[in-house]
Design a protein around this ligand. Sequence first.
Ligand SMILES: [Zn+2]
Ligand SMILES: [Zn+2]
Length: 129
Amino acid sequence: MISAKKERMTAQKSFILNYLMSVKTHPTAEVVYKEVRKKLPTISQGTVYRVLNNFKKKGEIISIDTKDTVHFDADISDHAHFICEECQNVYDIYDECSKCGILKNRKTKVGKINHYKINFYGICGSCKK
Ligand SMILES: [Zn+2]
Ligand SMILES: [Zn+2]
């Protein structure tokens, strides 16, 4: 038998994951908490942080570390990120990276590549203006 507490926990978890899957903005835990709280006003910040870390441990989401904080991404397909050093926004990079030999062939002298995590740092188009 599932307790009411467990049931609520499961609902919160899927709500958080669904929210993360619906955005492309790589939100921080703080932003996830603010957004999720609009629909689930009783959820605590601690729960949101814990749920995000559990999803990360299980490999259901990934995290991107920037200078001051950690961003989360529910898109676990292989892609690289561009981190703007000005606005700290995190952008997805897909096709440009697949043209790179090492990522296309998935092989290095050391061994076969299963997955990768690449961050590029620079100034994004909207900050350059
Ligand atoms: Zn920027
Ligand atoms: Zn991403």
